[in-house]
Ligand binder design. Structure first.
Ligand code: ZN
Length: 256
């Protein structure tokens, strides 16, 4: 739970079987594999009933008037990185956007409309741009030739980031370290990019609070790590974080 009194009932079954890794609802080798949609409808029914039993109908009805989340989460679509689960968030707490490799692409109306809506209409005060270890999108960006055109186009900014910093990244000892470093560098690039977006800078010019964080989720142990490139005013990234990166020979633009 992030802020409210409610707990995420969906986690209770996971906690209860601490010594056994949950098999999941849709295990492909299940002896009696139910239809997936039947399964999610049935599981949702249990979840709704459990929350009403525990907290009363206001668990749902208290949200009917509208949403007022404080956090915009931008993360990867990867099924192993379910943000509301690992943040233990409940209803109304997180405005979420997930896509391939937690990207912000300037020409993409999907991502840009989510950011603009969150800032202008929901008055969100915090953005968490969150990469993750083992990201398939970041890995693919290092060798994108065989990819479908849609994916290749979408992750092109990460491919450019890799190519621009190739000598530094390729000098790292293992594939895992190279990919992990590119995940982190990409999040830093996105924090810089986000801090230059029109709706972001307008918010700062109006004196409204807004903090942008760069985070990485570690799939190895389920923990979330702060890259310490937090910005809360215009030009802060370029002033505090970019010079040390440049001094190491690393570079990226505030564009996509
Ligand atoms: Zn990913």
């Amino acid at each position: 739970m992030l802020y409210s009194k409610f707990i995420s009932a969906g986690l209770l079954s996971v906690v209860a079987s601490a010594t056994v890794v949950p098999r999941g609802l849709f295990a492909k080798d299940s002896l009696v594999r139910r239809d997936i949609v039947d399964t999610i409808i049935s599981e949702d029914e249990h979840w709704a009933e459990a929350n009403i039993a525990n907290y009363g109908p206001e668990f749902f009805t208290s949200h009917l008037a509208g949403q007022n989340p404080d956090l915009l989460y931008i993360g990867c679509s990867d099924s192993r990185v379910p943000s509301d689960v690992f943040m233990n968030a409940t209803l109304g707490e997180v405005f979420t956007h997930r896509n391939i490799a937690n990207s912000i692409v300037l020409g993409d109306p999907n991502t840009m409309s989510v950011i603009d809506y969150a800032l202008v209409h929901l008055n969100v005060s915090t953005i968490a741009i969150t990469g993750h270890t083992g990201c398939g999108g970041v890995k693919a960006s290092m060798d994108p030739e065989e990819l479908e055109k849609s994916i290749k186009t979408f992750i092109k900014p990460i491919t450019r980031l890799y190519q621009k910093n190739k000598s530094y990244i390729d000098a790292l000892p293992t594939d895992a370290e190279r990919q992990s470093f590119l995940v982190q560098l990409n999040v830093m690039r996105l924090v810089r990019l986000a801090s230059n977006l029109k709706t972001v800078t307008e918010r700062w010019e109006k004196g409204l609070p807004l903090v942008i964080h760069g985070l990485v989720y570690r799939m190895e142990n389920g923990t979330l790590h702060d890259l310490n490139v937090t910005v809360s005013s215009k030009g802060q990234f370029d002033e505090l974080y970019y010079p040390p990166l440049k001094a190491q020979g690393l570079e990226f633009c505030a564009c996509s």
